[in-house]
Design a protein around this ligand. Structure first.
Ligand SMILES: Nc1ccn([C@@H]2O[C@H](COP(=O)(O)OP(=O)(O)OP(=O)(O)O)[C@@H](O)[C@H]2O)c(=O)n1
Ligand SMILES: C[C@](O)(CO)[C@H](O)COP(=O)(O)O
Length: 399
């Protein structure tokens, strides 16, 4: 694989620790930073990275429910596996699960507790494993480092020029890392604190690449508090998109509004089921992503969309948000018509949009208005809909 891109690079995110040093009501990886669990932020980093094929979470067996909620909607996430009593055992469990699924060429092993690693650091890790079987991110030591005796007395001053602190993601070719982990466990070596140490123990060379000062491991309550205050927590990319759609009345006995069949003296004319509400919401999400419009994704000229149920258009836009590692914060839909009356169907529409999008109904607004008998809606010629969508994407540097 030397000099070539790994065909298949899986990120193992170890999240099976209890976070005893950090304290708090939940293990630190499930505590919220800027409204989002630490682990979700970490998973998003890899799930949205183009160099990563899939993400394998290693979790504690007591956390299955918490994990399901934390990872909801994220792409590329494999079924989680349960970790062990030590970090080393947890990584080994992840490697064994990957063997069972067909081993990848390379793995990145990353602490769930390092949610601030950047996409650029992940790219450096993947680049490093193209030329070395093992490579780890390091930082120079900037403080003077002393050794102490048991009484806390200084016994010496270390040469910091040859020392480095070590982070994750650590990058490895899969086969030698798997073999090293199995051999270490068989030899009763169980408490090595990183995977590079497992490779060193097995006699493999370990290369280095540049780490990041912001890529701290959340370990103590002070780390959690600092992270909650840190300005880079706010670097989530919050975006708003808008959508607008109109369909004319034609023959029929109901109209589709927000996924709900509402009885009416007319139907709506369209290539699909003419659901103006779902079309406007789809465009709002695509607008927030700067990813074209519904017509570009589902051309009206394409016969396969004739009569299509519009929930698939909205579901497609939701998948696009998830594929970018994003989350939908809020959807707001306004239906504009003299009739039918929307009020009696409002809650059913909210529930249906919640079903299609996976967004809680408490974050979905459905409103209706007339145009006071003015214009085409006032003349009862058709229905218009406008929508806005607010989404949150992981921060990306502009290309
Ligand atoms: N048996 C373990 C121990 C640790 N980890 C993971 O390894 C990473 C680094 O470990 P650390 O920061 O020490 O986490 P905890 O073990 O949870 O912390 P503590 O020692 O304070 O309990 C964390 O993402 C943690 O969830 C793991 O998967 N399995
Ligand atoms: C893997 C690691 O994050 C590299 O710095 C570190 O060794 C984990 O140590 P911990 O004792 O599990 O916190």
């Amino acid at each position: 694989m030397t000099g070539e891109a790994p065909q298949n690079c899986v990120a193992i995110v170890v999240a099976a620790g209890r976070g005893t040093r950090a304290g708090g009501a939940l293990p630190k990886q499930y505590q919220l930073l800027a409204g989002e669990p630490v682990l979700r932020r970490t998973l998003q980093l890899f799930a949205s990275h183009p160099d990563v094929t899939a993400v394998l979470p290693v979790i504690h067996s007591a956390d299955s429910g918490l994990f399901a909620e934390t990872a909801r909607g994220l792409p590329k996430i494999l079924a989680p596996v349960f970790g062990g009593a030590t970090r080393q055992a947890s990584v080994r469990a992840g490697l064994a699960a990957l063997t069972a699924h067909g081993a990848p060429d390379a793995v990145l092993v990353h602490d769930a507790a390092r949610p601030h690693a950047s996409p650029a650091l992940v790219a450096r890790a993947v680049a490093a494993v193209r030329i070395a079987p093992a490579a780890i991110p390091v930082l120079p030591v900037t403080d003077t480092v002393k050794s102490l005796d048991a009484a806390g007395q200084v016994t010496g001053t270390l040469d910091r020029s040859i020392l480095r602190t070590v982070q994750t993601p650590q990058a490895f070719r899969f086969a030698p890392l798997m073999a090293a982990h199995v051999a270490a466990a068989a030899a009763g070596v169980e408490a090595l604190t990183d995977d590079a140490a497992v490779m060193e123990w097995a006699g493999h060379p370990v290369a280095t690449f540049e780490g990041e000062t912001t890529n701290v491991k959340l370990t103590t309550p002070e780390d959690m508090e600092r992270a909650a205050r840190a300005p880079f927590q706010d670097l989530a990319d919050v975006r708003t998109g808008t959508g607008f759609d109109v369909h004319a009345f034609g023959a029929g006995d109901h109209v589709m509004l927000g996924g709900v069949a509402v009885p009416h003296a007319f139907g709506l004319v369209g290539h699909s089921d003419a659901d103006v509400g779902l079309h406007a919401l789809t465009d709002a999400l695509l607008g927030a992503l700067c990813d074209g419009d519904i017509g570009a994704h589902f051309p009206p000229s394409d016969p396969q969309w004739k009569g299509a149920s519009s929930d698939r258009f909205l579901a497609h836009a939701v998948e696009k948000v998830a594929a970018r590692g994003g989350r939908i914060a809020h959807l707001d839909l306004t239906l504009i018509c003299e009739a039918p009356k929307v009020g009696p169907h409002r809650e059913a529409i909210r529930a249906e949009i919640a079903r299609i999008t996976g967004v809680p109904a408490s974050r979905i607004s459905v409103k209706a208005t007339t145009t006071e008998k003015l214009g085409f809606t006032g003349r009862r010629e058709g229905i218009a809909a406008m929508a806005s969508a607010t989404i949150r994407l992981p921060w990306e540097e502009d290309a």
